[in-house]
Write a protein that binds this ligand. Structure first.
Ligand SMILES: *[C@@H]1O[C@H](CO)[C@@H](O)[C@H](O)[C@H]1NC(C)=O
Ligand SMILES: *[C@@H]1O[C@H](CO)[C@@H](O)[C@H](O)[C@H]1NC(C)=O
Ligand SMILES: *[C@@H]1O[C@H](CO)[C@@H](O)[C@H](O)[C@H]1NC(C)=O
Ligand SMILES: *[C@@H]1O[C@H](CO)[C@@H](O)[C@H](O)[C@H]1NC(C)=O
Ligand SMILES: *[C@@H]1O[C@H](CO)[C@@H](O)[C@H](O)[C@H]1NC(C)=O
Ligand SMILES: *[C@@H]1O[C@H](CO)[C@@H](O)[C@H](O)[C@H]1NC(C)=O
Ligand SMILES: [Zn+2]
Length: 743
């Protein structure tokens, strides 16, 4: 998984925090609860008992032992997409779903472009002395340290999927995080990375964006490393297997393609048998330079060999055991760095597993739970903590179905994705294949990329309509941390609120926006299905993520002894699924959407209003549409939702359809101007960093492209801005109209 916690530094675009007038939201929630949930509970005898009982049954029945044994199986071998283990685990999940008593379960294959190291050929970085002799070479693989499975023959040696193959030799430039502004800074100091190898620190922006920028600035290769500051503690030797900190030889796998929309060869469409496939040669999604991530101890050797003539600015430093110099020259005349990468891109089959529990009343409405299954090695935390939890939820739902003759009101779909690590391939292909059905019938998508990446607190990101659902559910879940309970913090919520507070809404923890990098992208940014993503964490990403050391030992002995945090996340996930599938009226907080848009627009106005005005572009129409939208939402909540007769099936369905489809109105079928693969005009990711969140991403990307500088004359981009703004105004207006009027 990628989580946007670790990207805070680049979340500079437009990220309105929560509302300025929290009391409105408070009132909305009260109205909401009275009309939605309470009526959902007590209004009709049909589902009142189910809603209450099933949640408690689920909380009682989710078992730590079951989760642990699921995880033991999932982490017994590496399970990289497209390998034999991908299929074995997909089938194993299907069998667990059937055993649980789901109505249907199947594996779903897609034939997609993946990428692998060549067996037996190490990818490496070497120092070459002035006589052409190799003075130093990186190990190319990570030594087994913790448990027997780390010796598996199936572990791939270090590589970064979709890297170009080749050998390059040259000087090295340390480019910090490798953002645009880092290269601009270097150029301002007269340092041009062109013709050299870029040494890039991981973090802040997606690694694929780093490679793309390195290539754009003329680098001939890219070496990636994580600074010790993110990977070790005070006691630098206290690393895995004794702690969760990363050993110096741990390198991070991870793809460096620049794909949006899953499989590179079948953009927009599913990679099924009949699919047309575009040519792989010169594919814009594939890097043209070789790339390799190495351990921080290995990177220190390279850093020590960079000439001190250009010291890096202090803020480019971290905790490496080496001076931070920029280069490009090496310390000794005539020395060079060599980067040697051998990788093959190959078409292979990856598998999703889909399990279905049919709804009793509205079997054509879907609440989807998703998690990816593939990992670069064992992926004990990312993603298997989620996979192990999902299987347990299916078991418990099946149990309750059998024992209590229960079914959810709406259909629940379990989705286990393949080839996520190659660019969300499994989930994108599936949403591309079923986009029409999902568009018509999907209520919400609940993603858990990594259930447990730490044990301090819950975190959550969500669409505005679902933020309150995360918060309210957390109040129902017992606190897994006994020390916290001793302090009187009985629920997951009680700890969460001590760790993060919403800036505007009192007594509410902060729920972020989704950003990018996980399997909700296809659902949310292409089809327009509201989503959440959540889990337990300590501080964003955990140190050994994407390395060999994300093992069962890490999960069971270091991060979550007793599996209680896994259990808490599984309970959250299951209870949210039941709330969404069993409530008579969908528990969507649409006023929160109105407030969010309002806040985003104010931010847009204050940040870019001036430059827009100078170029003759006004936000007036967006403002007018938004005012209508806000009015429509309030009217809907106060006059329609409140008065709906819960025994009138058609009336309930009409209301629910309006709620369900609201998100779809923000989908522009034409795609965003700068990246047509995504369609959501409010939530999407920006082009300069495909993992960074911004509101009105299509617009902001254009404005960033044209720059704030009014002297820059870019009439084409200004035309695109006006065009896109008109679409934004139009779609927001229609969204409001959909709630109350007809045409
Ligand atoms: C690498 O170079 C250093 C400095 O010239 C030298 O002291 C060392 O012996 C060399 N090591 C190898 C393995 O060649
Ligand atoms: C960097 O060097 C390359 C190759 O010499 C050159 O084409 C490019 O214009 C240079 N960039 C700048 C900003 O000087
Ligand atoms: C860490 O381990 C290395 C080698 O095992 C040793 O030389 C060094 O003193 C240790 N450092 C600390 C802080 O314990
Ligand atoms: C929580 O995680 C930390 C590592 O971040 C670990 O030291 C601690 O023992 C863990 N607690 C539990 C209950 O597993
Ligand atoms: C929208 O924002 C304006 C000020 O920017 C504020 O007066 C108004 O109450 C807000 N409306 C909602 C629904 O948040
Ligand atoms: C526009 O100006 C703001 C504030 O002056 C600055 O933070 C931002 O980086 C600028 N954006 C561009 C694209 O130049
Ligand atoms: Zn993941």
């Amino acid at each position: 998984m990628w989580s946007n916690q670790d990207l805070s530094e680049t979340k500079t675009m437009l990220e309105p925090s929560k509302k300025s007038d929290y009391w409105i939201v408070g009132i909305a929630l009260i109205i909401f609860f009275t009309s939605g949930i309470l009526i959902g509970r007590y209004g009709t005898s049909h589902d009142s008992q189910h809603v209450l009982d099933v949640k408690q049954l689920v909380i009682d029945q989710i078992s730590t032992d079951q989760i642990s044994s699921n995880l033991r199986y999932l982490t017994s071998t590496p399970h990289v997409a497209g390998t034999a283990q991908d299929l074995l685990q997909a089938e194993w999940m299907r069998d667990r779903f059937l055993e649980a008593g789901l109505d249907e379960a199947k594996t779903v294959p897609y034939d997609v472009l993946l990428s692998y190291p060549l067996p037996g050929v190490m990818n490496k970085v070497s120092l070459i002395d002035d006589h052409g002799r190799i003075n130093y070479t990186t190990a190319g693989r990570q030594p087994p340290l913790g448990s027997p499975e780390e010796y598996s023959e199936d572990i791939m040696h270090n590589f970064n999927a979709f890297s170009a193959s080749g050998v390059v030799e040259g000087n090295v430039v340390y480019v910090h995080y490798g953002r645009k502004k880092d290269y601009e800074f270097l150029l301002s100091r007269g340092i041009n990375v062109s013709g050299h190898i870029a040494l890039i620190r991981l973090g802040v922006i997606f690694r694929g964006s780093k490679v793309e920028l390195a290539e754009r600035y003329g680098a001939i290769g890219a070496i990636l490393f994580s600074d010790r500051i993110e990977k070790t503690s005070q006691d630098r030797n206290f690393t895995y297997p004794d702690s969760w900190w990363m050993p110096g030889t741990g390198a991070e796998y991870g793809h460096v393609g620049r794909l949006r929309g899953g499989d590179l060869l079948t953009p927009y469409y599913p990679a099924i048998e009949s699919a047309f496939r575009i040519n792989e040669d010169n594919h814009p999604g594939l890097p043209k330079i070789p790339v390799l991530a190495i351990g921080y101890e290995e990177a220190e050797v390279i850093l020590r060999h960079i000439s001190p003539e250009n010291p890096a600015p202090t803020k480019w430093g971290g905790k490496m055991d080496a001076p931070y110099n920029i280069g490009p020259n090496l310390r000794y005349p005539g020395w060079k760095v060599r980067l040697d990468v051998s990788i093959a891109n190959e078409r292979r089959t990856t598998f999703n597993t889909i399990g279905i529990l049919k709804g009793s009343v509205e079997d054509d409405r879907y609440v989807l739970l998703g998690n990816h299954r593939d990992a670069w090695t064992f992926g004990a935390l990312d993603p298997s903590s989620g996979t192990a939890s999902m299987i347990e939820i299916a078991r418990v739902f099946g149990n309750i179905k059998r024992e209590q003759n229960w079914r959810p009101r709406r259909t629940i779909v379990f989705c286990s994705w393949g080839a996520h690590e190659y660019g969300l391939v499994g989930s994108y292909e599936w949403t591309q294949q079923h986009a029409k059905v999902l568009n018509q019938r999907a209520v919400a998508y609940l993603n858990v990329d990594t259930a447990v990446s730490g044990n301090r607190t819950l975190f959550g990101n969500a669409f505005p309509t679902l933020k309150h659902l995360l918060v309210d559910t957390a109040k129902l879940i017992p606190n897994p941390n006994v020390n916290e309970v001793k302090f009187g913090r009985k629920t997951v919520f009680d700890t969460w609120i001590t760790q993060s507070r919403d800036r505007e809404i009192v007594d509410q923890p902060s729920v972020g926006n989704l950003g990018g990098g996980s399997d909700f992208e296809g659902f949310s940014y292409v089809v327009g299905i509201p989503a959440v993503d959540f889990g337990y964490m300590t501080n964003g990403a955990y140190p050994t993520r994407y390395s060999l050391y994300d093992s069962y030992h890490l999960a069971s002995n270091i991060v979550d002894r007793g599996f209680v945090h896994h259990q808490a996340v599984a309970r959250m996930w299951a209870v949210m699924a039941i709330t969404l599938s069993d409530s008579t009226v969908l528990p969507f907080d649409i006023l929160a959407y109105a407030s969010y848009l309002n806040q985003s627009l104010s931010l847009l106005q204050s940040r870019y209003g001036g430059v827009l005005l100078q170029n003759g572009v006004s936000l007036k129409h967006v403002r007018v549409s938004l005012d209508h939208f806000v009015f429509a939402v309030k009217n809907f909540n106060n006059n329609v939702l409140k008065n709906v007769d819960h025994s009138d099936i058609m009336a309930v369905r009409r209301i629910n359809d309006k709620l369900m489809y609201l998100e779809r109105f923000f989908i522009d079928p034409k795609g965003l101007p700068e990246h047509p693969e995504t369609n959501h005009i409010v939530f999407s990711t920006s082009t300069s960093d495909s993992h960074t969140f911004s509101s009105f991403a299509g617009l902001v990307d254009l404005i960033v492209k044209v720059g704030n500088n009014t002297e820059v004359d870019d009439p084409d981009t200004w035309i695109k801005i006006r065009h896109h703004l008109s679409v934004v105004a139009f779609l927001i207006g229609e969204a409001g109209r959909s709630l109350n009027g007809d045409f």
